[in-house]
Design a binder for this molecule. Sequence first.
Ligand SMILES: [Zn+2]
Length: 214
Amino acid sequence: MSEEKKFNLTTAQAYETAGTKYILTEEDKANSKFGKLVFEFPQERNEVVAEGDPEDFVVKPQAYFRGASQIPGSEFNQSYQIFVKPFFLDRVQHRHVKDEFLVFLGASFPNVFDFDAKIEFTLGKGDEAETYIIDKPTIIRIPAGVYHCPLNFKEVNKPVLFLATLFTPMFGGVYDLPDGKTMEMYYNGPVPCKYNPDKKCDTCGKCLQETWEK
Ligand SMILES: [Zn+2]
């Protein structure tokens, strides 16, 4: 057996748990070295996607990790939504500059395999498009540049935990316009601007340049 394999993790941990203890206050975070890496989820309410859509398809409040605007330097963002009713979430085909992963799990906790829903999701565009019916706990990788959607939660008989993870500092996608041009669109939720809390984030991207180090 090599030296490394004999290393005793239990003993090692005992030496590593020393140090100052912090409660998650803004003041503590400002005075600490690593405080910017610890972030308390704010409670968010969904903003209705389209006129006339029902608001109660998803449980309120929701948690989202909004990426680099919340933990500086983050190269990913993630949603944690629990769907309780059918909903046509994403109608418009698009792609991303980095990989995206979609996770569908049962939300009748604690058993995430207790799943009773039917969700349709399309990967690819035009002739190569493929539509998948998700009726079991599933994870889907969408490589950078690959067209995808629509995403339609057609039947939701039991709550579904939906996580969308995108490896960019802020959520956003690239959309094809009818005139052949493309448009990048960003969305950062109803969070306040980092520099002016009276203002809603307008996805200007200024805070994405910050680092977590002091
Ligand atoms: Zn996407």
